[in-house]
Design a protein around this ligand. Structure first.
Ligand code: ZN
Length: 218
């Protein structure tokens, strides 16, 4: 039914469909606050909000129902989160965490890379380097625990050297959901091995069990 409504009634609020685009006042109030997931490994992470409510709903519609028109609403949230970070002289370089290739093909492109491109299109000084890809042996991670996720990704996040950000770039790894941090850790390690340090990670949705509220920007 939801899919049918999406088809018949495009536009509207990304969270509830009923209100005004991109987010109605009710959904906008339910998006935050940004969180800092507490992870054992990997780069420091800033999340736009918890994996629930209108944010989760919008992300699932964007990803699973291929509602590409929601990219702008979601990218707007990522862009606003970048605005909270300290400015860097030559701008942030966004490196999207890769999707499995078969999944990306079925969705008509990589959904996280699309969000990154959209952020860069609306923010001068933000660049995108889609320098990572997943080996075919990496499996769908839904249902795997932290250890299994790490094992699933070990050695399977591959770098496209020709797409790496320039030397000295300040890199922000971007993903849609953080659950155990295994993906961010694997991506960060692969980039580090290629000589590219990740400063921090930015994700839309925080699905981790432990977090604290992000401090207000200075
Ligand atoms: Zn709404």
């Amino acid at each position: 039914m939801g899919a049918l409504v999406d088809l018949l009634l495009p536009g509207g609020c990304a969270g509830c469909r009923a209100g005004t685009s991109p987010w109605c006042a009710t959904c906008a109030a339910a998006l935050g606050p940004p969180t800092v997931p507490v992870l054992a490994h990997g780069p420091p992470v800033l999340a736009v909000g918890r994996y629930r409510g209108p944010l989760r709903h919008a992300l699932l519609r964007y990803k699973e129902r291929n509602r590409r028109d929601l990219a702008a609403a979601l990218a707007g949230l990522l862009g606003a989160a970048i605005d909270r970070l300290p400015p860097v002289p030559d701008g942030w370089w966004l490196v999207p965490a890769p999707s499995r290739q078969a999944v990306a093909r079925s969705r008509g492109g990589d959904h996280t890379a699309r969000l990154c491109r959209q952020v860069a299109a609306t923010r001068p000084g933000v660049h995108v380097a889609a320098a990572l890809r997943l080996d075919r042996r990496a499996q769908e991670s839904v249902g795997l625990d932290a250890e299994q996720r790490a094992a699933n990704l070990a050695g399977r996040v591959l770098v496209r050297p020709e797409r790496l950000p320039p030397p000295g770039a300040v890199v922000l790894l971007v993903d849609d959901v953080v659950t155990t941090g295994a993906t961010l850790q694997a991506c960060s390690s692969a980039l580090a091995e290629a000589g590219t340090a990740v400063s921090a990670a930015l994700v839309l949705c925080d699905a981790t069990p432990r977090r604290r509220t992000a401090p207000d920007p200075a």
